[in-house]
Ligand binder design. Sequence first.
Ligand SMILES: [Mn+2]
Length: 441
Amino acid sequence: MNQLDNQVFQERRNNFLSKLDGRAAIIPGAKLVKHHTDCEYPFRQESNFWYLTGFDEPDAIALFLSHKPKGERYILFVHPKNIESEVWNGFRWGTNGAEKIFKADKSYPISEFEKELPNYLMGADEIVFPVGKYPEIEHIVLSLWAKQIDNYSRIGRAPRAIRPLGMFLNQMRLIKSEYEISRMREAVLISAEAHELVRLNVGSKKHEKQIQGLLEGFFLEKGARGPAYNSIVASGDNACVLHYTANNSELKKDDLLLVDAGCSLQDYYNGDITRTFPIGGKFSGEQRAIYEIVLEAQKKALRSVVIGMSSSDIHNEALRVIIEGLLEINLLRGSVDEIIENCSYKHFYMHKTGHWLGLDVHDVGAYRLGDYEVLLRDGMILTVEPGIYISDRMPIPKGQPEIPDRWKGIGIRIEDDVLVNGQCPEILSSVACKEIADLET
Ligand SMILES: [Mn+2]
């Protein structure tokens, strides 16, 4: 780990520890997940654990102890050095590396977690732990806590509650630092370049899988870990399946191709971009009409990514344009307000217009706090991704017209990644073309 990265993680830990204010946090890292028999999926560190440690090995556990004096606040439990295991499965940092390179105040082998935990929890006001996700660790934490509560009547001190981690970390992760913004720029740029590569080479490809290969090969070539999520390569009617990841159809030149894909960097920052374009290089009249509506909706929504607006403001901007557009071509009937009121647009547009983006593709952070909308602030990064999907899978809402066949099988989404920057939203994914003139050949 280089000095800059070390400083970044150190600052996050200091900030987190000050928010803990007398509490002890127990944060497990990710485990390897079995794919089949003795083969595993590629390791993916848990995002909160990564955010605070930068430590990329499985099964580790971090303690953050804001009630302890300096020099005893950051504890890492890791796999110890073991030459035989390392010959089979690769290098480990061990407890020495955890202390020297990753700056833990103290590190132990994972097997000592249960033995060491009581000392470290002693004196904490509350415990911060992600309940319900790590049964083996939770069992240890809860039985220890039960003992401490039993002792309360004798010694007058025990953690009084267990609180969720998100209360202390989500807000920090939601606002991206300059360092994180630069990492996000890189993740999104590689993702956008991959979309360009796909569009420019679609003519020589015959199958959705080949497009997936092109995208994901490019991610690896650029030094990313791979796709941030299962790439969606959806031609024709497949695009009306929102999470279509089978990618097993042949490409037809009269169809549109919807590609929703982004890369994940070595340090897990993610891009998430969608483009839709005609495979044969020319939109049909119907495809063009729908594309124009989605593009206009997306541009309107993008303009509202400014300080003080909320996610639902952005959604409503896009939604109105989509409904107006569909009214104009007689795919909807009624007034805009009435259609919004009774949700009779949802057979065409059934998702929201975006989400936070960062270390998680659907990044942490609330969109509402009870009755209040979370308002945009500088340093937030979100996607803006309206779409229209015309298929006969969904029932037609009461009072709405039947869909003529010529419209069916058109699925279009346009998704950019945007940094909130005062009154001037910065579109990080603008390298990927979306104007009709650029998509037609
Ligand atoms: Mn998205």
